[in-house]
Design a protein around this ligand. Structure first.
Ligand SMILES: [Zn+2]
Length: 303
């Protein structure tokens, strides 16, 4: 199956967000992704100061087209941030000092750095109250997803009117404890007819029984599964030092801070996730194909 993962921060020891990403690094990550069964990814660049983000995006866009393997495996770039919620629990691992309100000028700079390869932007609708950045992105043919957000129903509805069409890793990037009724998960589920909902389906970020509830409600035709994999993905269990992180990967493919105190990302791959979907949720091959290939392609208008 031609798995397509729309949220991959790194693979096989290579962090796509590192400064000085080299041609050899990207070739290595793409070769390993393909060898392990993932055909295409959106390389994901997360919140940092604007000049750092622009530089990393520019490097990725340049290296992508450098040869046919990287050009095929990196189907595009997903920018996650910096226009997300700065509130504890919602911002997750994104650095608070680089989060900011949406700004069309900066968005334009990041798109220019991406040379036409930006396919998806995750932002918090409450950081773009006028909807100007969402409209700008849609005018440029870039899909927009809500994530790291505590937007109200009204803010979500407004963003949908401006062109918001997806929701990033629903069930994560929110505090561990939420108001029991009016919370971001319930609001997004309520708007499931208008949003494609994306889930990290490694069995750790969302327990499998909860994922089943979400998929039953949203419908397989309107859901996408991703890994949100970081550089430890594809390396197997062990202890790693990646960038500024010390990481312990367990047999469950989750990446945790040493001692297991908290999740710092996923070390899963879509082929691994699809096996779990088949074995634990009993999904058929065509259902897995919808979640892991067809829906992502359709949502991003990638042929
Ligand atoms: Zn995230």
């Amino acid at each position: 199956m031609n798995f397509f993962d729309i949220q991959v921060n790194g693979y096989a020891g290579i962090d796509f967000n590192q400064d000085n990403l080299s041609r050899v690094d990207l070739l290595h990550a793409c070769g390993r992704l393909r060898r392990d069964g993932t055909a295409k990814v959106l390389a994901t660049i997360i919140t940092d100061h604007a000049d750092s983000m622009a530089r990393r995006i520019e490097t990725l866009a340049r290296l992508k087209t450098d040869n046919s393997l990287t050009d095929e495996v990196i189907a595009g770039i997903h920018i996650e941030g910096p226009f997300i919620s700065d509130r504890e629990g919602f911002r997750g691992a994104h650095p608070a000092d680089a989060i900011r309100p949406a700004d069309v000028g900066l968005m334009r700079e990041l798109l220019t750095a991406g040379r036409g390869h930006i396919r998806l932007v995750t932002l918090a609708p409450e950081q773009d109250p006028s909807g100007a950045t969402i409209r700008f992105l849609r005018d440029q043919g870039v899909a927009v997803s809500a994530g790291h957000t505590d937007a109200s129903l009204e803010e979500l509805r407004g963003a949908i009117r401006h062109g918001l069409s997806l929701f990033t890793h629903l069930g994560n990037a929110c505090p561990a404890s939420l108001p029991r009724h009016d919370n971001i998960i319930q609001r997004a589920l309520f708007l499931r007819d208008q949003l494609i909902l994306c889930f990290i389906a490694d069995g750790v970020h969302i327990p499998t029984f909860v994922l089943k509830n979400y998929l039953d409600l949203a419908g397989l035709e309107r859901s996408i599964v991703t890994t949100d994999a970081m550089a430890a993905a594809g390396l197997g269990p062990g202890r790693y030092k990646l960038g500024r992180w010390d990481i312990e990967v367990g047999p469950d493919r989750a990446a945790r801070a040493p001692g297991g105190s908290h999740l710092v990302g996923s070390a899963a791959s879509l082929p691994y996730v699809s096996q779990k979907l088949t074995e634990e949720l009993g999904l058929s091959e065509s259902q897995v194909q919808a979640l892991c290939r067809d829906n992502p392609q359709r949502a991003l208008l990638i042929p």
